[in-house]
Design a binder for this molecule. Structure first.
Ligand code: AMP
Length: 841
């Protein structure tokens, strides 16, 4: 149960009447003020609001001379349900006011907002002995309205309510009434409804209004998924995982989920839906090619089908390629995409005697057109007789040859470590049409169908071609630049608006290439767009397009209102809940999982290269070729040449430039540390050389302050020396999902005493930041039995203890090797922490 207090000023008239003062009301002013406050936030659903009930409230007071309703009306003659009691001069008051039955409408946690005034006992002449300044609120759960006659002692107390502001005679003279607002919440509720009761034990109160409500996360559409109105959970720290349903004409990409917090806020959006083929948002001027209408089958074999088709009726530009999507009938969730430059292809690798669905679409510089309708073709069956037939030997021989070639290609990929990259790698010559590329191969492994592969723009002889393959050309006249928001290596970064024909204007970020650039600079600048344009994920910064046909050359991306994550966190130090931080980390991990699935190694993952929008969604940004590291002010030259952001980089990448998704995982661990410490600089002011040395020796960053133990453990896992022992990004995502689903698992923080703060660096006396005495230190390492010996031999301070050697230990009589080890390694640990502010693994 929690409470919150608020104050509101309101006007009113004072008490009068005999020896027993009472708060009386001319309520027009007060009512005006109250009624103007009636609108409740959209995430609150009101179950009862005494201010809006037009007729009788049906509340019961007993004894009858206790609480009384003031029969006032407002300017519209609507009743104002104010109850007052003021028996401050009389002993032993026990006045109850019971509400009628209130349905909870399925909510298991409800909120009660009370507005009231309370008379200051000090201002009452002679009433001090008996006068109270509080009243009590109770509830009683019942499935129906029959429970009203239960005894007082069956009611459960919610709280004792005191006023933040009580009023005095003086206030009455000034016509200033101090209205208090208090909110309490109750839960979990298990029945269909409840009664409330207000107990007065001798105060002078006017209960001006009672509002009872529950909270919900209001229905919302996020990432093309509809999330329904969701009543918040029973527990005040509970997050409910809610699945979204894709809006019409969209399908699941990653299953959309969000989390409904107890406060009625949607947190941590995960996954998304995407428009079905043919329903993508299109420009009204029909710039993308029209759908292909005719697809024909040619030669059919047991494992392959030859397809040909006609160009779209309205290509609306030069067709750059065709995308062929296919899947086994009724198995749409698992599909493959291949590409072809020509209007024909042999689709192989199919199952015999199986029906496949094919859809084809064309792409121009304006993007993809809609998919064709579905075409259904069947592969031929395997004939047992035929397989025995000698005439089949050449086919078998061909298959074996193809198998050998494929194997050779796979091995070739493994050896070269390069990505599958269409015709340039020669793969397609082995079996496929030279002008096609298959999208479910990656790093020499056959990937799950449907997973796309990153194509290194370096593999294009003409980098301009790569840009136009992956990025849409935007006319400069569609862009309005508003203000400069940052500085990139190649020029200013601005915010502005993009208005594409037939689309609504929306905010964008615009990176510009400064005048006087060299051809290499232009290539490198646009290289980022060629990479970014290949990605489509809610946690990867989205490329809108490029301007290359006029100057300045620009890259246009979605606008991220909160800018880069490191600056944002520093500005908002300590402002977020752990769940919000974990939500940010989950987003980054999900984006990185996507990149590693695509075969893209980021190499410069750091909080400064993450952007965050107004919904606190984090997106990975800053993609580039070699220049990524050159433009990063954190990157330093290594002995082997090349620039590397040392503090974020895995040891094997520093030592021998082994950059892999596993080295990205190391950097991800550093990003976790940056996020949880609100933008602290990793390894503080240590030099790069010291960082390299310390990490090599096995030391790691200590846990940030107030860090959940589960998160710190995950950081340490990411910083495993052996890169194969580090978790993969999909494992990190699942782990964070688990924590989000079960927020109580985040309550265990890294033990404050074992946490080593960087402040230790500034404290020269050994252990002064951790142990106050030698005894405390020895107790902590379970060696308390030696305290006396240490003290007697002059090791009475931690400074003195710092000088102890193994020889000294023996001399002191610590003869057990295990104990010697324990004491010496603890000392060693503390010394290194002092020097580095880090913890050893
Ligand atoms: P970059 O050259 O990508 O490092 O961008 C320089 C700075 O511009 C970043 O640190 C951000 O503050 C800002 N910025 C870049 N892209 C965006 C964006 N899409 N939305 C908002 N701010 C951005």
């Amino acid at each position: 149960m929690r409470g919150s207090g608020a104050r509101a000023g309101a006007a009113g008239l004072g008490c009068s009447g005999g020896g027993s003062p009472a708060p009386l009301w001319t309520c027009l002013l007060l009512c005006g003020a109250l009624r103007s406050l009636l609108a409740s936030p959209s995430n609150e659903v009101t179950l009862l609001d005494s201010r809006t009930v037009m007729g009788d409230l049906g509340w019961i007071a007993y004894p009858k001379n206790g609480w009384e309703e003031i029969g006032e009306v407002d300017e519209n003659y609507a009743p104002i349900h104010t109850y007052q009691v003021c028996k401050v001069m009389e002993q032993n008051q026990n006045n109850w006011l019971l509400t009628s039955w209130i349905s909870n409408e399925g909510a298991s946690r409800i909120f009660i907002e009370l507005k009231f005034t309370l008379r200051d006992c000090n201002s009452l002449p002679g009433g001090l002995g008996t006068c109270k300044e509080t009243f009590n609120v109770y509830y009683f759960e019942s499935d129906d309205a029959d429970g009203r006659n239960v005894k007082e002692n069956q009611y459960i107390k919610i709280d004792t309510i005191a006023a933040d502001e009580s009023f005095t005679e003086l206030d009455l003279g000034d016509r200033v009434m101090k209205l208090n607002t208090e909110v309490r919440d109750v839960g979990p509720l298990t029945k269909k409804g409840f009664y409330l009761a207000f107990q007065d034990v001798g105060a002078c109160i006017a209960l001006v209004s009672v509002r009872v409500y529950y909270k919900k996360c209001p229905s919302v559409i996020r990432n093309l998924a509809l999330f329904p109105d969701t009543i918040t959970g029973a527990d005040s720290s509970q997050l409910l995982e809610v699945s979204g349903s894709c809006v019409n004409h969209s399908v699941t990409d990653e299953p959309p989920k969000m989390h409904c917090s107890a406060e009625g806020e949607w947190l941590v959006p995960i996954g998304k839906c995407m428009c079905k083929a043919g329903y993508e948002e299109k420009n009204s001027t029909c710039q993308a090619p029209s759908p292909i209408s005719i697809v024909k089958k040619g030669k059919i074999a047991k494992n392959s089908i030859f397809l040909s088709w006609q160009e779209p009726d309205r290509p609306n530009g030069i067709i750059l390629e065709y995308e062929i999507k296919y899947f086994e009938k009724d198995q749409e969730t698992s599909y493959t995409i291949i590409k072809s430059k020509e209007t024909k292809i042999t689709v192989d690798g199919l199952k015999p005697a199986s029906t496949y669905i094919f859809q084809i679409r064309a792409r121009t510089a304006a993007g993809y057109g809609g998919f064709s309708r579905r075409f259904e073709f069947e592969t031929s069956p395997v004939s047992v007789a035929a397989s025995r037939d000698q005439s089949q030997i050449p086919i078998i021989a061909v298959s074996v040859t193809v198998g050998v070639i494929l194997l050779a290609v796979v091995i070739g990929f493994l050896l070269s470590g390069s990505l599958f990259c269409s015709r340039r790698c020669g793969y397609s010559k082995a079996k496929q049409d030279p002008e096609e590329e298959k999208m479910h191969f990656h790093n020499g492994h056959i990937k799950l169908p449907g997973v796309r592969t990153y194509i290194d723009p370096h593999t294009y002889e003409d980098p301009n071609q790569a840009v136009h393959e992956f990025a849409k050309e935007i006319e400069a006249s569609c862009i309005t630049i508003e203000r400069v928001i940052g500085a990139g290596e190649f020029g200013e970064v601005c915010s502005g608006r993009l208005k594409l024909p037939g689309k609504r204007e929306f905010p964008v970020a615009i990176k510009t290439l400064k005048v006087g650039y060299t051809e290499k600079q232009r290539r490198d600048f646009l290289g980022e767009a060629s990479i970014m344009g290949q990605f489509d994920h809610p946690n990867i910064i989205h490329l809108e397009g490029v301007v290359t046909k006029s100057k300045p050359v620009m890259i246009v991306t979605e606008y991220m209102e909160n800018g880069s994550l490191d600056t944002f966190l520093k500005k908002n130090d300590g402002q977020f809940t752990v769940i919000q931080l974990v939500g940010m980390l989950r987003g980054i991990a999900s984006g990185m999982k996507y990149l590693s699935d695509m075969g893209y190694v980021h190499r410069d993952l750091a909080a400064r290269n993450i952007l965050i929008n107004s919904n606190l969604v984090c997106k990975v940004s800053d993609f580039g070729l070699s220049r990524v590291l050159e433009d990063d002010p954190e990157a330093a030259y290594t002995t082997r040449g090349g620039k590397i952001p040392i503090r974020w980089t895995a040891p094997e990448a520093i030592a021998f430039r082994k950059f892999t998704s596993a080295s990205d995982v190391w950097s991800y661990g550093i990003v976790m540390w940056e996020v949880v410490s609100y933008g602290e600089r990793p390894y503080w002011e240590m030099t790069n050389q010291d960082v390299i040395k310390a990490v090599e020796e096995g030391y790691r960053l200590p846990s940030p302050m107030d860090c959940p133990a589960a998160l710190y453990q995950l950081m340490l896992d990411c910083w495993q020396k052996d890169r194969n022992s580090r978790p993969k990004f999909d494992e990190i995502v699942s782990m964070l999902d688990k924590l989000i689903r079960n927020p109580s698992s985040l309550k265990t923080l890294v033990n404050a005493s074992s946490r080593v703060s960087n402040l230790l660096v500034e404290h020269s006396p050994l252990g002064s930041g951790t142990y106050r005495s030698v005894g405390e230190w020895l107790e902590a390492i379970k060696m308390g039995r030696y305290t006396e010996i240490f003290m007697e031999n002059g090791y009475s301070s931690m400074d003195a203890v710092a000088q102890v050697t193994l020889e000294d230990l023996r001399r002191l009589g610590v003869t057990l090797v295990g104990h010697q080890k324990k004491i010496m390694s603890s000392l060693q640990e503390m010394k290194v922490q002092l020097v580095n502010g880090m913890v050893p693994l």
